[in-house]
Write a protein of this length. Structure first.
Length: 337
């Protein structure tokens, strides 16, 4: 079986022209190594943001006295030639919130803002951060500087979970867990939007037909609770909006993932243990589940990946590795198209 991440890297590598991804946390050793891996693998052109001396020290730790690889650049927001134009762009985006030009000139020096506005103004095709910054900080910069896509219901997030053949046998492959990083207690409308966006993200990144399971502690009426009513209402709303999608719920995870359990618990369900997109009822549930799958189940977790933005901006886990940085760069390139 071909590793789904290999396929994503291949698609990023084949993108022409090569996309330009800016890494806001260019002084972090994992980010520097991940950027170098992305350039080495020809996934994208990379810009590292940070103080030149600090970034240079990290580069020397990685490559010694070798010259900086072609396709990798370093920008210091404080001395960049783009600082003035990006400050103007920040002022235009935030003046309705009381941001004046003096504050815009200060705020643009924050690397998260600088990176997001590089994307907004077309200086870069996407941005990746979160190795150091919190999800809240990373998402705030993306929302304020890039903004929501006009056709998106809301911005949400997911983890791309990859199971490998050696550990997971016939269940090896790529799955989505959503929303595991952003929406704490989604409303009916938000949950419906997460379902639709996550299905589309799966199609885009994995290239397979999505089969969405809306998860709960109940399977198709085996329990009664207001939280289940919300899932059913969101399911019906999503089905009405997107009749092209396979959406089932409410389902317990085993009924969504294990065919024999599905045959017993939900014999008439459209999902027969073959779901590949798992939508959780809350951020709490999704975040716990992805970390258990990653740390106990040995799944590879890439994300949080944001969906619903006008242009790509993605968030790393603060526990990420350099390989995670590289792979999220590849995902960002595919999102950029």
């Amino acid at each position: 079986m071909i590793d789904p991440l290999d396929l994503i890297r291949d698609r990023a590598r084949d993108t022409r022209p090569s996309r330009h991804i800016v890494l806001a946390e260019g002084e972090d050793p994992r980010v520097v190594e991940g950027g170098l891996l992305a350039v080495r693998d020809k996934l994208a052109k990379i810009t590292l943001l940070g103080d030149e001396a600090a970034v240079g020290e990290q580069l020397r730790a990685q490559i010694g006295d070798a010259p900086t690889p072609e396709g990798l650049a370093v920008i210091n927001p404080r001395t960049s030639e783009h600082k003035g134009a990006l400050a103007d762009a920040l002022f235009e985006r935030r003046k309705h919130k009381g941001v004046d030009r003096a504050r815009a000139a200060r705020d643009i020096l924050e690397p998260l803002n600088f990176a997001a506005l590089m994307v907004r103004t077309g200086l870069a095709d996407g941005t990746v951060a979160g190795a150091v910054a919190t999800t809240a900080e990373t998402v705030r910069a993306a929302l304020q500087m890039i903004g929501k896509h006009t056709e998106a219901g809301a911005v949400s997030s997911f983890f791309l979970m990859v199971l490998d053949p050696l550990r997971h046998g016939h269940k090896a492959g790529a799955y989505i867990f959503s929303d595991a990083g952003l929406t704490i207690e989604p409303s009916i409308e938000e949950l419906s939007g997460i379902v639709q966006a996550s299905a589309d993200s799966f199609s885009l990144l994995v290239g397979e037909v999505p089969r969405v399971a809306m998860l709960s502690f109940s399977t198709l009426g085996s329990a009664n609770h207001p939280s289940i009513d919300k899932i059913v209402a969101a399911r019906d709303l999503a089905r009405s909006a997107r009749p092209d999608l396979t959406i089932e719920g409410e389902l317990q995870f085993d009924a969504a993932f294990v065919p024999t359990v599905a045959a017993s618990k939900a014999p008439g369900s459209a999902i027969q243990g073959d779901a590949n997109v798992f939508v959780f009822p809350s951020l709490e549930a999704a975040n716990i589940a992805y970390k258990i799958a990653q740390r106990i189940g040995a799944a590879t977790a890439i994300g949080p990946i944001l969906q619903g933005l006008d242009r790509p901006a993605n968030d790393l886990s603060r526990g990420c590795t350099a390989e995670d940085v590289r792979d999220l760069i590849a995902v960002t390139v595919v999102q950029a198209g």
